[in-house]
Write a protein that binds this ligand. Structure first.
Ligand SMILES: [Zn+2]
Length: 454
């Protein structure tokens, strides 16, 4: 190989077959040029001896909540770079939500120069104006987000009824985009909430009881059926309970193109650990330790396919009761890789399993593979280099937060995988604790049906 732009030298490189190979990773023109056990000549050499080289993460469940004042694209994508995330797919839960082609084009123009990592966009639920979905896809959206009824906080996002979802899934199938569904049954949630509030309950456990596993399961069964009959690729967002995974496994056995996403707060937090802290509120809730263990067994069996952050750093009030508290598990971008990779290694699933959940499978599901999600030659040189040689303690004070108290449900958690360098298309955007890139380094990734690509 002739002299290339950049070489990461001496690290253990994760190959596409899951093996680790000690050698040099070559980067030319922002892409992976090759992997070799022999030294490769380069104009720039980054010594990563003793470290492990992985494909950058693809986070398909990323929120900035534009125009709420809680977060900025610059801040959130800095957090992504620090967390080894090189691509985010941004949700449409802006204020107001992005439900039309005009809104999506306005958003793209506004945020295009603000991101430190590459980004794609979700289309929102057009509430019956289905041609707007075509328009959003033409403008570059690569996925649709739906909620199964009125289960978002009031005014934040429309709920779809079953007929509306059927129509949307049919159109997604025609357009060739993936549908992602937030699954809870609104009637069950409303009934249980009223019952618990009437009983005077306001503790953390009441949130789990108000949005129970059966409210999730009912909606998952409904959405998986719609995915099955329409043939639309469907991802069940942030699955919290093993019962829901079993329902998807059954639908998949019948041939449905339906997939399970979960999040760090369903795999690495239990209701027992959360008791007494009123900030520990998100939708759906985390579950008890026996349920979390079953979810991990499903991860091991390959029945859970992807992990997204559901990054949602809404301000928390330690004194607010559970009904008044804003939802969200805080900055989910920086702790995600350390938490999940530490746990997959502890369970003898290795780093390869973490990469499958956090990078290669989300890249495949969101039509980004093999440009993203692999270190194969020709792929974008999106890389995270991690240190697995020592323990480190997660510290909420080190996390990116915009204009609010820094907080994390994982504060004090000991992990043994830690990002040291992050590269986006060959450019170092994070190194040794510092974000090195600039806003605007991240590029928009339009879906393949976008008018710019046709
Ligand atoms: Zn979300």
């Amino acid at each position: 190989m002739t002299e290339v732009d950049v070489v990461l030298s001496g690290g253990e490189i994760l190959l596409t077959d899951g093996r680790l190979l000690e050698g040099d990773l070559a980067i030319q023109d922002g892409r992976i040029a090759g992997i070799s056990t022999d030294p490769i000549a380069a104009r720039q050499r980054l010594d990563v001896s003793g470290l492990t080289v992985l494909p950058g993460l693809v986070d398909e469940h990323f929120h900035v909540f534009r125009n709420y004042g809680w977060e900025t694209y610059e801040g959130a994508t800095c957090a992504a770079a620090k967390g080894g995330i090189t691509t985010v797919v941004d949700m449409p839960l802006d204020n107001p939500p992005v439900l039309t082609e005009a809104a999506l084009r306005e958003k793209l123009a506004a945020i295009g120069g603000s991101c430190h990592v590459d980004f794609g966009l979700f289309a929102g639920d057009p509430e019956g104006a289905i041609d707007e979905l075509d328009g959003m896809v033409k403008a570059g959206a690569r996925a649709l987000k739906v909620f199964t009824g009125g289960v978002a906080p009031p005014g934040m996002y429309p709920g779809a009824d079953t007929g509306g979802m059927l129509e949307l899934f049919r159109r997604c199938k025609e357009l060739g985009i993936v549908a992602v569904a937030h699954c809870e049954n609104a009637e069950i949630v409303d009934t249980e909430t009223a019952r618990l509030q009437a009983a005077g309950r306001s503790d953390v456990a009441a949130w789990d009881e108000a949005r129970p596993w059966y409210s999730e399961l009912e909606a998952v069964v409904r959405v998986a059926l719609l995915g099955e009959v329409t043939g639309c690729r469907t991802v069940i967002a942030h699955v919290s309970s093993y019962q829901s995974v079993d329902a998807v496994t059954a639908a998949r056995a019948r041939g449905a193109d339906v997939w399970v996403e979960t999040c760090p707060h369903y795999l690495c937090l239990t209701t027992e650990e959360m008791a007494g802290d009123g900030r520990m509120k998100w939708n759906p809730p985390s579950r008890d330790s026996a349920s979390v263990e079953k979810l991990w067994q499903q991860v091991e069996r390959g029945e859970v396919h992807t992990v997204g952050s559901d990054h949602a750093p809404l301000p928390k009030d330690p004194d607010a009761d559970i009904w008044a508290q804003l939802p969200g598990a805080g900055n989910g971008l920086e702790p995600m890789l350390p938490l999940i990779a530490t746990e997959t290694r502890r369970r003898d699933l290795g780093l390869a399993k973490a990469v499958e959940l956090l990078s290669s499978t989300p890249a495949r599901l969101f039509d980004l593979y093999p440009q993203k999600g692999t270190l194969a030659p020709g792929a974008d040189a999106d890389v995270v280099v991690v240190d697995t040689r020592s323990n480190r303690t997660l510290d909420a004070r080190e996390l990116e937060y915009h204009d609010q108290e820094k907080w994390s449900p994982y504060d004090g958690r000991v992990v043994d995988v830690w990002p040291v360098y992050t590269l986006v298309r060959g450019q170092v955007v994070f190194a040794e604790g510092e974000v090195r890139g600039a806003p605007g380094d991240g590029r928009f990734l339009p879906g393949r049906q976008a008018d710019a690509c046709s």
